[in-house]
Design a protein around this ligand. Structure first.
Ligand code: AVJ
Ligand code: FE
Length: 386
């Protein structure tokens, strides 16, 4: 199969997978935005489509006719180079266009892309933007999972989504794997697709370190809670302490206490917390307070990358104690696509690994995910280091 046929297959598979994630939803579930970080599923379906329309078809395909002149305003996320848009907190106000029109938009753009890709004169630059569009849609598949969980998991009835995206029990004994101090190569080699934020291989000096081969479990986290972890300011960063007081946080997100027992909302419904599962839905602040209570710390993103081949990873994104900053030699693309990652390189922490909600093949050991330290609705967990 040639390169273009392979990309067409991947595109089609990715477009279908996005719609499959939404299949268990009722039409009413596609619209609400219960908090600013959460986008309506309908918005994700349209925005991931607009990305291809705006950055592949409009600039490159003279035969393409725009589906609707309103959609750039409605479904542009944050690209100042692509013009004005509905502000993020207002995404849930759009009961129009209806879901069926967004589905039609998806089909229209997918078909136009496949036709466009049959033209013989596609440059490697255009193929790179289509590949970026596929990876972008995969990122939105994962965000869809977070957002669907938030939409369903904050309703009084705790509706069931289904068996997908469930966590597996961690191995019960933990080993700390040792690494020697030295100079290590960090970053993607750029032979295969990588995001701009992980490119620019460079060297980093690391001291001796040890890193856990398992994630922290619910059982261990309940010990921290029972020991008064949420009440001991000595375990917390000042910002984290202020945050848990202000938000009245006493447990991971989606946890609820009933008759001395802890329950959590999962995609399979409201269930008693299982001790052997990895603890999830924590802010960076909580992850760090737990590590501090253990007399340990969180790995840096560089330690994580050096250790990755010897770790079991992929259930939950792992908070690192590394700021999301550009690598040496970071190059920002000109124009709108330069806004993709670079402008967010401030006040966020890097997470490494992948989660059960990450599409297969999307992540890799050099992949840099990033969220503000207070984020809890993502599928995040804790790996200890020392
Ligand atoms: C990498 C998950 C932080 O949520 O904005 C989606 C992914 N980038 N569209 C985000 C993304 C552009 C990004 N995260
Ligand atoms: Fe996006």
């Amino acid at each position: 199969m040639n390169k273009i046929e392979a990309l067409k297959n991947l595109l089609l598979k990715t477009r279908k997978a996005t719609e499959e994630i939404c299949a268990p939803l009722e039409v009413e579930d596609y619209v609400p935005q219960p908090m600013e970080d959460v986008s309506p599923p309908k918005w994700h379906l349209a925005h991931s489509t607009w990305f291809f329309e705006q950055f592949v078809l409009v600039p490159n395909d003279p035969d393409y006719r725009i589906f609707s002149p309103d959609f750039a305003y409605l479904f542009n996320s944050y690209y100042n180079n692509a013009g004005d848009r509905v502000l993020r907190p207002n995404r849930g106000l759009m009961s129009r266009p209806p879901v069926r029109e967004v589905i039609a938009y998806r089909q229209y753009v997918t078909e136009a892309l496949l036709k466009f890709m049959d033209k013989s004169d596609l440059s490697s630059e255009i193929l790179a933007v289509i590949t970026l569009g596929v990876n972008h849609e995969q990122q939105h598949q994962e965000l869809l999972v977070y957002d669907i969980k938030y939409i369903l998991g904050n309703q009084p009835t705790f509706p069931i989504y289904g068996d997908s995206f469930s966590l597996q029990k961690e191995k019960m004994e933990r080993t700390f794997i040792q690494f020697k101090e030295g100079i290590y190569a960090i970053g993607a080699s750029e032979d295969d697709f990588c995001f701009d934020n992980e490119c620019g291989q460079h060297k980093v000096f690391l001291h001796d370190f040890q890193i856990a081969d398992t994630l922290v479990t619910n059982g261990e986290y309940m010990e921290f809670m029972a020991a008064g972890g949420y009440g001991d300011f000595n375990l917390w960063l000042a910002e984290g302490w202020d945050y848990i007081l202000k938000e009245k946080i006493q447990a991971p997100f989606y946890w609820h206490q009933q008759d001395e027992k802890w329950f959590q909302y999962t995609f399979q419904g409201f269930r008693e917390v299982e001790k052997e599962l990895p603890v999830a839905h924590l802010s960076f602040y909580e992850a760090l307070a737990f590590a501090t209570w253990k007399g340990m710390r969180l790995p840096t993103e560089f330690e994580w990358e050096v250790a990755a081949d010897r770790l079991n990873w992929g259930q939950l994104w792992e908070w690192t104690y590394s700021a999301y900053h550009p690598y040496p030699g970071f190059k920002k693309a000109p124009g709108a696509l330069g806004e993709y990652n670079g402008k967010f390189m401030i006040n966020q922490n890097v997470l490494r690994g992948a989660s059960v909600a990450t599409p297969k093949g999307h992540s890799r050991k050099t992949y840099r995910n990033f969220f503000p330290a207070s984020s809890r609705w993502l599928f995040s967990g804790i790996r200890l280091a020392k």
